[in-house]
Design a protein around this ligand. Sequence first.
Ligand code: B3K
Ligand code: ZN
Length: 899
Amino acid sequence: MREGQASVIRREDYTAPAFWIDTVDLTFDLDPAKTRVLNKMTLRRNPDVAAQPLRLDGEELNLARVLVNGQGTSFKMDGNQLVLENLPAEGPIELEIFTTCNPAKNTKLMGLYVSNESFFTQCEAEGFRRITYFLDRPDVMASYSVTLRADKAKYPVLLSNGNLVEQGALEDGPNGPRHFAKWVDPHKKPCYLFALVAGQLVAREQRITSRAGREHLLQVYVRPGDLDKTEHAMNSLMASVAWDEARFGLSLDLERFMIVATSDFNMGAMENKGLNIFNTKYVLANQATATDADYANIESVVGHEYFHNWTGNRVTCRDWFQLSLKEGLTVFRDQEFSQDLAGDLSARAVKRIEDVRVLRTAQFPEDAGPMAHPVRPDSYIEINNFYTVTIYEKGAEVVRMTQTLVGRDGFAKGMARYFERHDGQAVTCDDFASAIADANPDSDLARLLPQFKRWYSQAGTPRVQASGSYDAGSRSYTLTLSQSCAPTPGQASKEPFVIPVNLGLITVDGRSLPLQLEGEAEAGPSSRTIVLTEASLTLRFVNIETEPVPSLLRGFSAPVVLACDYTDAQLLTLLAHDTDPFNRWEAGQRLGLKRALHFINSPAQPGEAKVLDAAYIEAMRQVLRHPTLDAAFKELVLTLPAETYIAEQLDVVDPQRVHAVREAMREQLALELLHDWQWAYETHHDSGGYRPDPVSTGRRSLTGMALTMLCLAARDTGDVVWPGKTYQRFKDAGNMTDRFNALNALVNSGHELAAPALERFHAQFKGEALVLDKWFALQAGTCDRGGQVLPAVRQLMAHPDFNLRNPNRARSLIFSYCSANPGAFHRPDAAGYVFWSERVMELDAINPQVAARLARALDRWKKLAEPYRSAAREAIARVAAKPDLSNDVREVVSHALAD
Ligand code: B3K
Ligand code: ZN
């Protein structure tokens, strides 16, 4: 294997490091082709561990010199490790290591690399070893000082973690004047939080005073020319600082906090101490180039990385199996941040629905597929493959359940306890759960802690079956909840989970009933949380005046599949009256899903029979025309369940049939609500001057949906007015959201105006990389009518603006096709899978992390109907047969092929 022998790393094998590193003094002579790194460290033996040689990790480094306490020393190489066997038994050890590396050739974008003639680093999880030899593991925390030396003209800005303590001129080099900057980080940190940046950058700056009265300098660094796109990121950063102080009493612990944007980045952003490095996608925005979704993502990612400063950096992970300790918790925090900023109940619910949609369309399939793993995995081959929706999003749901079980104030107390105990330490998921429970000794969480922790150890999505019956004679309602969880790789059977089920009972005319369980003296509020801990639980509610409709799992109180045989009438009641907006939306989704599944399983063809009945259409009309519901919420209700979500409900999936049926549903909604869509457009299309607030964002999203539906309807009616209006709006729009929505409506309906619109869009934005990404993504993700998408994607690969080495561009074209367009990707002729296998192999030679993500696109191949199933297996086998695959891709494809 290319990276040496792929070995399985197991959580149970964890041992403390044999050495601690106390201080690290790094000096970089930055040169794209040959950067010199002098690493002076002080180490000492860990007295708790038996004496053993020092083994330092390194990768793609040229080693020039090793000195121990100033003297030359013997060393050996064992694979990628530098082994020092004769270190002094006692006292501090001064170790000096001199290496060089080649950042310009670093296409993996891990370690030190060059992007647009500037230097950037990415060290999490194991990139620091590509910069110097080190104990590259998160439980080794050291104090860093860093000196950067470089040509002044090409690299005027030199940044690293912490505080700038010195800067000045150096002797001229062959290319002219050189200079240096020295940075000292006052906080100890694991090496995965190290960062440096050098290049021609400019910054938006903001001085703030915290609640605690301390002054800080906030900076957002970008390339010259992009400063006009940094206001929103800076506002988001200021809001993040204020929120963490207000909600959790956590303040910024640095004089200076920097964000730097780069256009070549493997993921969204990175929380390096005091020097966050971001993908430009999550920094740059102005109304001309960014959509409402971009604005929301920037707010949440800026918040996420900032919140890591406490949850991740001050308290970090003992080992990478504990990744969700920081990621699940920090996602939970960024979700809460966005909800708190959104304000009212409806806007909060919109955010919650969006988050749950991600969980159900991405994490549930992961949990049911070959890469299923617990929130705290037991083993891995390549840790980069475990930055997953399970670790992040399901991990956040687990944290959310702890909050549900101890209450919001109890959770804040638990967080305080967590920092009291663990500030400055590298700890485990157990430590976190214990802190929350210990701070709330009388809570359900404290009572159930060992069982609750099964959420960390057991993979798979639990299924909760609910059934209820009303007895008019005794005026009681009996509700039975039972849970089960399907086997996942390596876990044949599961123990019951602790499942908080928030519920209420409503009458058919929409009243919420007070809840009184048998044995209780009086009725309580109309919503409460029941905790399911056994395989099955039966509840008896008394004094129930009339047969109720149960509203279960309100707010999606646990990451489970809730199976309940609701009648249409019950769902219509919930859709019209539930006080819980999440379940109101959910009722609409269930109505749509029922119809989709019924039709998919019937012999009918979409062209011959209608999928949707009058009652459903009428219910959707009521929502669309509703006098008080928010536009954003309406758009979510009117959006049909995603193809991937529908597919997850089926044992055997014919992706073309799923696509055809969902398209038929969309078309029917477009035609039968024609006047309502027109009304929605006319009444919402002016959202005022551009502001990315929830209300005007909602108006734009409903307007965009209306145009999509009107253009879709025009395909059948031959109408030319609405496509014409859409084109006009595309041309005249005052912001990217409206412009892009109009473009999408034309492209998605396959209208002949799509081609000129796409051409115009490209010409208008040819200098804007992030906008071009949208242009590629739209064409690769569009509705396939007759197999035109794949040839278009192949053609776009040859477009002068396409560049496989740039992860954003690769994702915008290739991932949009393979991972986000099932109707176009799953072709009966297998050409989509052939394309996928070619790209996985091609990308693997450049950037294994990105390749391994793409490799996940066929995770669920075993569920496919023939001929897709065999063709998919063949494509995966073709990738697996390639001899020099990276560990990253090999791990994914071998799991996929395993029995
Ligand atoms: N912690 C980083 C992710 C690093 C991924 C390394 N493969 C971003 C984040 O979650 O904030
Ligand atoms: Zn994170």
